[in-house]
Design a protein around this ligand. Structure first.
Ligand SMILES: Cc1cc2nc3c(=O)[nH]c(=O)nc-3n(C[C@H](O)[C@H](O)[C@H](O)COP(=O)(O)OP(=O)(O)OC[C@H]3O[C@@H](n4cnc5c(N)ncnc54)[C@H](O)[C@@H]3O)c2cc1C
Length: 496
């Protein structure tokens, strides 16, 4: 008989530091709280207790839509979150109650098993922050703390520097947003910088919060102009406090004006009157606030051949999308989920963690990135690395626009894909293509008939390579189809 003696070596508790307490930082902290003994979130901003826009996240004054995929992850991490938001005034907008104008007509009413929960971005962020702190006892958040730099020792990131003092961590996650300085700092000490893809869109938002004085309108609306002509768009959605948020957007220098009358005229220039009508019968609660974004920008961290253990980057720092598709927060949640899986597999301290996470993150970012890129290139002024096959797909999109006016099943499929809840390839099955073909002929919009042969068939699509792009495949086609504004569905305004 042998006696096995087990020595229980005392395990050193693990610490993760997350830089940034915006949406990416919060969901990252939640995902890591299952794997680290201590998670410390640091933000340079003063984090307000109330649901108000804060200085370092200026985009939070604008319409923020949480796609179905993000909503599901958040509800899983924070059970009861949606109910909590509703109790604080967030408004449920079923897809069929959303007035959705695109391609010259309103789309057919349809539901897809997901409901948009409409609220201000600050309400979502503060509620998630409160839930994180109350649910995860191993998470702390410190505000007014600006991280000055990473501590790099013997080829490993071992912590962060704040006010000249080093704080040790087994893993540092950089959620400091689109303009992160930390990858540059690593480049300064000899690590390669990731390749960057930038798609030039010159997007400009103008947003105003209003309170309707009188009258009824739809429960929410989005209006999208033809991207090959004006490429203007706008949304109006109810948010907490009986208020509505109205956002107008233009591209390539066509910025919504801040003057109230000119703003209303911009709304009136849209091809359907819902937004202008709401502005007419409302009291303005804020001035018109603007935000510009010159490019959609993706850092290809998955291509890095060398990156120090103890550090990963996540959220907008990896990929900052054209916001009209409403993907940023959901992409951050999907990335945080991927990080949780990578840590579960390799451990917080593993030298293999970064590579494994970056591979997973690239997969989840790829879908929304291609969706946004495909749609952005419908505007002929857009420049940058264009996914192969985009132009070909756009011919099919013309049919999908028409089909969405007449067919609830087509709208349903689009909603699922645009909410990142179904693979884009589901839009390209023979049955769906046939449905699109038949339904498009029932659209109320009078159009010159398009020849059936204009519809690209994925299997016979060319396999050539454009520079800087992947080879064409049905998946890519479907992505663009899913997202293109002309496809009868605006991803950032997807009703769930
Ligand atoms: C106009 C606009 C509209 C948008 N609409 C939508 C939408 O409808 N739906 C959607 O899902 N997404 C939308 N987005 C994207 C969304 O805002 C982001 O994807 C989301 O906030 C996640 O970003 P992040 O947390 O990675 O970075 P950010 O939100 O930029 O946050 C970075 C955080 O890091 C902190 N920080 C930075 N440097 C330091 C430092 N050195 N030390 C400590 N802290 C630091 C900052 O204070 C900040 O809190 C929109 C974006 C814009 C610009």
């Amino acid at each position: 008989m042998s006696i096995t003696t087990r020595t229980h070596a005392k395990r050193t508790p693990t610490t993760a530091i997350v830089i940034g307490a915006s949406m990416a930082g919060l969901v990252t902290a939640r995902a890591l709280s299952d794997h680290a003994d201590r998670v410390v979130v640091l933000d340079r901003d003063r984090l307000p207790a109330a649901a108000v826009t804060r200085q370092r996240v200026p985009q939070s004054a604008h319409t923020h839509i949480l796609l179905g995929a993000g909503q599901r992850l958040l509800d899983g991490w924070f059970p009861g979150l949606t109910l909590d938001l509703r109790l604080q005034g967030a408004v449920a907008v079923p897809p069929r109650d959303l007035s959705w104008f695109q391609g010259g007509a309103h789309r057919a009413p349809a539901d897809a098993g997901v409901t948009l929960v409409s609220m201000s971005r600050p309400l979502l962020e503060t509620t998630v922050r409160e839930r994180l702190l109350s649910r995860c006892r191993n998470v702390t958040i410190s505000d007014d703390v600006a991280v000055q730099g990473l501590v790099v020792q013997a080829g490993r990131v071992t912590g962060v520097r704040v006010d000249g003092i080093d704080h040790r961590a087994d893993l540092v996650v950089d959620c400091s947003g689109r303009t992160t300085p930390f990858l540059d700092q690593l480049a300064d000490v000899g690590y390669p910088s990731p390749d960057v893809s930038a798609i030039r869109i010159q997007m400009a938002y103008g947003t105003r919060v209003v309170r309707p004085r009188e009258g009824d309108g739809p429960l929410g609306a989005l209006v999208i102009d033809d991207p090959t002509r004006g490429h203007r768009l706008g949304t109006m959605l109810p948010i907490e406090g009986g208020r509505w948020i109205v956002t107008l957007a233009g591209f390539h220098g066509d910025a919504p004006p801040t003057d109230p009358e000119a703003f209303a005229a911009f709304a009136r220039s849209l091809p359907s009157p819902e937004l202008a009508d709401l502005l007419d019968r409302s009291e303005a609660l804020t001035p018109v606030l603007t935000h510009g974004m010159p490019t959609s920008r993706r850092r290809h961290v998955e291509r890095l051949d060398r990156t120090p253990p103890g550090f990963v980057v996540l959220g907008d720092a990896i990929c900052s999308f054209n916001p009209v598709y409403g993907q940023g927060m959901s992409s951050a949640a999907l990335q945080a989920d991927a990080l949780g899986h990578a840590v579960a597999r390799h451990g917080l301290r593993s030298a293999r963690l970064a590579r494994s996470f970056y591979r997973r993150a690239a997969k989840v970012v790829d879908v929304p990135w291609r969706i946004a890129a495909g749609a952005d290139f419908a505007d002929p002024r857009t420049t940058g690395p264009k996914p192969v096959g985009t132009d070909l797909v756009n011919r099919y999109l013309a049919r999908m626009v028409l089909a969405s006016h007449a067919s609830a099943p087509v709208v349903r499929k689009l909603l699922l894909v645009q909410n990142l809840l179904a693979p884009p390839a589901t839009l390209m099955t023979p049955a769906t293509m046939l449905r699109v073909l038949l339904a498009s002929s029932r659209s109320a919009v009078v159009r010159r008939p398009t020849s059936v042969t204009d519809i690209p068939v994925p299997r016979s699509a060319p396999r050539s390579r454009d520079k800087g792009s992947a080879a064409i495949d049905p998946h890519h086609h479907a992505l663009a189809l899913a997202s293109h504004p002309a496809a009868g569905a605006h991803p950032s305004m997807i009703a769930r």
